[in-house]
Design a protein around this ligand. Structure first.
Ligand code: HEC
Length: 195
């Protein structure tokens, strides 16, 4: 008669509630995966994290995001910074949205995420310090004001359209309702022209 398995044949620690734990070796394929992934690591580190330009995932993302914007800009060409162009683009949500992402990336530290103002003035009300007409927005952003308290952005963007579209977005903020509006600065100006 073959000897039946007795729970007491294995050490107590490997037997829980009558369920026996075996101590089988790890499968060969598993060990191979383990060693191969360790061998792979230094090469991965060297390639992606060695500091070589353009290789990190972040840089690759930035490059393709810029390329994508370039392709979109091919659709509209080089914009003129005049009232007519701004009025036209104010009516195109897609391009106002591009302006918004430029604003979010560069301007929110001083003007707040919704334009309500922080160090910089509230851009959502009727009062402005340096602006009477639409193209004045482009001028202020390009050249800066107040001795650099509002920085000059002319050389900080890679494409001139960036400045024009962020200006269009700023113009679109007028009469919106920011969460914590800063008190008006400057004086009220006439509404933007509709044509
Ligand atoms: C370092 C802080 C800072 C950053 C960043 C900044 N601004 Fe300003 N901005 C200011 C200040 C301060 C003023 C007001 C200057 C003054 O009092 O004359 C201002 C003024 C302005 C004005 C004129 C408002 C008026 O009442 O005439 C516009 C438009 C403007 N900023 C847009 C932008 C945009 C768009 C960006 C991002 C590309 C930006 N700013 C980034 C600080 C900043």
């Amino acid at each position: 008669m073959s000897k039946e398995f007795q729970p007491n044949d294995v050490p107590v620690l490997h037997n829980y509630d009558g369920i026996q734990e075996y101590d089988n070796p790890l499968p060969g394929w598993w060990k191979w995966c383990f060693w191969i992934s360790i061998l792979f690591t230094p090469f991965y580190m060297m390639y992606f994290h060695s500091g070589a330009a353009g290789r990190s995932v972040d840089e690759q993302y930035q490059t393709s995001a810029t390329e994508n914007t370039r392709k979109q800009y091919a659709e509209i060409g080089d914009l003129a910074g005049d009232q007519e162009t701004m009025t036209k683009f104010l009516k195109e949500p897609k391009w106002v949205g591009v302006g918004q992402s430029i604003f979010k990336a560069n301007c929110v530290s001083c003007h707040a995420a919704d334009g309500g103002g922080n160090v910089g003035p509230n851009l959502c009300d009727e009062s402005f310090k340096h602006i009477k007409q639409l193209p004045d927005i482009i001028k202020v952003i390009n050249e800066g004001v107040a001795g650099g308290a509002m920085p000059a952005w002319a050389t900080r963007f890679s494409h001139k359209n960036d400045i024009i579209l962020v200006s269009v977005y700023v113009a679109s903020l007028r009469n919106s309702k920011p969460a914590n509006p800063k008190a008006p600065d400057g004086s009220p100006i006439p509404a933007w022209p509709s044509e």
